[in-house]
Ligand binder design. Structure first.
Ligand code: NAP
Length: 497
C-alpha cells in the first residue's frame, strides 16, 4: 500500500465527519443543558468541532445508568471469556478505522500523523486486545487452611469507576484506563480532557458496535473544574483513575477523603533524569537524549528533561545533542515527515516561553532554540530548546515545563549522578547510559522511579507496569498489575461440619 502524502491527509481531514456529542447508555446525545464548547486544532488554531459541554446533571445521570448496569450483572457477571470476545472485537474495529482515528488524534492534539498512525492507534489497539485476551487467564486463590476449612480469595470489580484523562496522549491514556477497568467487569465513566475529547468519543461508539452492553461505558466531555470535580466527589462512584498533573491529583485525593473514600489511583507529572556516562555509546545516547525531550513536543509525562552528563564529556556531548535537536524542528502535523508538532494551546505555549525566560534569568545558558516559530500558521509551535550549565536547584530543573525544553546538568561520579537524579519531588521515569554493566545496573537500581531504562529511553510495552514513585502517583497502568487498581480482594471462609 502506498504511504499517504500530506495532500492525502489534508483531503481526508476536509471530509472528516466529527462526532462531538456525549456517549451515554450506548448512544450519542447532547449535554442536557444543550451547551457546547469548541475544540481547536493546535496545528492552525482553527475550530475543529463543537463538543457537548456536560455538567453535573449529565454526570448524575451517567452515574445512575452505570450503577444500574453494574447491579444488573449484564457485564460484571458475564463470563470472562465472553467479555474477552467483546474487547477483542472492539480492538479490531479500532484497527479497521485506524486512519480515521489517527487523523482525529492528529488534528485534535497536534501530534504528527506519523506518530498517531504508528504509535497512538496501534498502542490503543494492543492495550485493549491484550487486556481482553488476558482476562480469562486470571485465576483466583485458595489459601492454605486447616482441613476443615476452605478459604477463597477472589478479585471482584470495584463497581462504578470514573476515569479522568489528560490531553497529551488522549487515546493511549483512554485505552490504558478503559481496557483493564472494563476487562475486570466495571461500569465506567470517562471524562476526556477538554482540549482533546474526539478520539475517546469516536471509539466509544465502536465499543457498542463490538457488543459492549449499553450503560457499561459513558464518555462525558466537560470541564475538569466542575464536571471532573463532581465525579471525584461523587458518593456513588467506587473508583477513580486519573492521569494528569500532580496539582490536580492532590485535589482528587482530598475529594476522595471528603466523599466516600473511593479507591483513587493517580498517574501524575515527572521531571525525569537521563544520565549519560563517558563510557556510553554517545552517538546513540545523543539521539535518544533528543527523542527523550522533543518527542510529542516535550508534552510527555516521562520526558527526560534533565540530561545529567559526566563532566569529562559534557562539552562534546552537548554539541552532539544540539545536532540531534535539529531533526526536531516543528512542522505541520499532517505532513508525514514531521517529527514534532505544536504545543497543545496558546496557554501552554506561553508557559513554555515563560520557563525559557526563567531559565535565562536563573543564569542557565541557552545553547539551542528558545523561541516560538511558524506563528503565521496560526498554530502554537516552539523550537527544540536546550539549556546548558544548569544546576539542579533551578526552577527549570525542578518544575515540569511540559514543552520541548532540556536542562543539561553535569556530574563528576556515579554517587553525584544518583543524588541529582533523586533530588526531585517526582519519580516517574529515567534512564542511564553506560557500557559498564556494574555502573549501569547500580545507578538504575538507585534511582527512585517507576520505570528506568538502561541504554534506551521510553522502553517498555503493554507487558510491563507503568506508574510513578513519590509525587508522580500511586497507580499502575498496563500489564496484569493494572487489574489490581480496578478490583477489590474478597475472602470467603468456609467451615465444614
Ligand atoms: P490536568 O490539568 O491535571 O488535567 C487532567 C485532567 O483532569 C483533564 O481531563 C482535566 O479537565 C481534569 N481536571 C482538571 N482539574 C480538575 C479538577 N479540579 N477535578 C477533576 N478533574 C480535573 O493535566 P493536563 O494539563 O491535562 O495534562 C498534563 C499533566 O498530565 C502533566 O503533569 C503530565 O505529566 C501528566 N501526565 C501524566 C502521565 C502519567 O502516566 N504519569 C501521563 C500523561 C500525562 P480539563 O481538560 O477540562 O481541564
Amino acid at each position: 500500500m502506498l504511504e499517504k502524502t500530506v495532500q492525502d491527509w489534508r483531503s481526508l481531514a476536509a471530509s472528516l465527519e466529527i462526532e462531538g456529542r456525549a456517549f451515554i447508555n450506548g448512544r450519542y446525545r447532547d449535554a442536557l443543558s444543550g451547551e457546547t464548547r469548541a475544540t481547536l486544532c493546535p496545528g492552525d488554531g482553527r475550530k475543529l468541532a463543537e463538543v457537548a459541554n456536560c455538567g453535573i446533571e449529565d454526570a448524575d445521570q451517567a452515574v445512575a445508568i452505570a450503577r444500574a448496569t453494574f447491579a444488573s450483572g449484564v457485564w460484571a457477571n458475564m463470563a470472562p471469556a465472553d467479555r474477552k470476545m467483546v474487547l477483542v472485537r472492539w480492538a479490531e474495529l479500532i484497527e479497521d478505522n485506524a486512519d480515521e482515528i489517527a487523523l482525529l488524534e492528529c488534528l485534535d492534539v497536534g501530534k504528527p500523523i506519523s506518530d498517531t498512525t504508528a504509535v497512538d492507534v496501534p498502542s490503543a489497539v494492543r492495550t485493549i486486545r491484550w487486556s481482553g485476551e488476558a482476562i480469562d487467564k486470571v485465576y483466583d486463590e485458595i489459601s492454605p487452611t486447616p482441613a476443615n476449612c476452605l478459604a477463597l480469595v477472589q478479585r471482584l470489580p470495584l463497581g462504578v469507576v470514573a476515569a479522568i484523562v489528560p490531553w497529551n496522549f488522549p487515546l493511549s491514556t483512554t485505552a490504558w484506563k478503559l481496557a483493564p477497568s472494563l476487562a475486570t467487569g466495571n461500569s465506567v465513566i470517562l471524562k476526556p480532557a477538554s482540549n482533546t475529547p474526539l478520539s475517546a468519543l469516536r471509539i466509544a461508539g465502536l465499543a457498542s458496535e463490538a457488543g459492549l452492553p449499553d450503560g457499561v461505558l459513558q464518555v462525558l466531555p466537560g470541564p475538569g473544574g466542575s464536571l471532573g470535580r463532581h465525579l471525584a466527589l461523587h458518593h456513588d462512584i467506587d473508583g477513580l483513575t486519573f492521569t494528569g498533573s500532580t496539582e490536580v491529583g492532590k485535589q482528587l485525593m482530598r475529594f476522595s477523603g471528603e466523599s466516600n473514600l473511593k479507591r483513587t489511583f493517580l498517574e501524575l507529572g515527572g521531571k525525569s533524569p537521563n544520565i549519560v556516562f563517558a563510557d556510553a555509546n554517545l552517538k546513540k545516547a545523543a539521539a535518544y537524549a533528543a527523542i527523550a525531550v522533543f518527542y510529542n513536543g516535550g508534552q510527555t509525562c516521562t520526558a527526560g528533561t534533565r540530561l545529567i552528563v559526566e563532566e569529562s564529556i559534557r562539552e562534546r556531548f552537548v554539541e552532539m545533542v544540539i545536532a540531534s535537536s535539529r531533526d526536531w524542528m516543528p512542522g505541520d502535523p499532517l505532513n508525514p515527515a514531521t517529527r514534532m508538532g505544536p504545543m497543545i494551546d496558546a496557554a501552554q505555549l506561553r508557559t513554555v516561553n515563560d520557563y525559557v525566560d526563567i531559565g535565562r534569568r536563573e543564569g542557565a545558558s541557552l545553547v539551542a532554540g528558545g523561541k516560538r516559530v511558524m506563528a503565521e500558521s496560526g498554530g502554537w509551535y516552539y523550537e527544540p530548546t536546550i539549556f546548558d550549565g544548569v544546576s539542579n536547584s533551578m526552577r527549570i530543573s525542578q518544575e515540569e515545563i511540559f514543552g520541548p525544553v532540556m536542562s543539561v546538568i553535569g556530574f563528576k561520579n556515579a554517587e553525584e549522578a544518583v543524588a541529582i537524579a533523586n533530588d526531585s519531588i517526582y519519580g516517574l521515569a529515567g534512564a542511564v547510559w553506560s557500557n559498564n554493566i556494574n555502573t549501569a545496573h547500580k545507578v538504575a537500581a538507585a534511582v527512585r522511579v517507576g520505570t528506568m531504562g538502561i541504554n534506551n529511553y521510553f522502553g517498555g510495552d503493554m507487558t510491563v507496569p507503568f506508574g510513578g514513585f513519590k509525587q508522580s502517583g500511586n497507580g499502575r497502568d498496563k500489564s496484569m498489575h493494572a487489574f489490581n487498581d480496578y478490583t477489590e480482594l474478597k475472602t470467603t471462609w468456609i467451615e465444614f461440619d
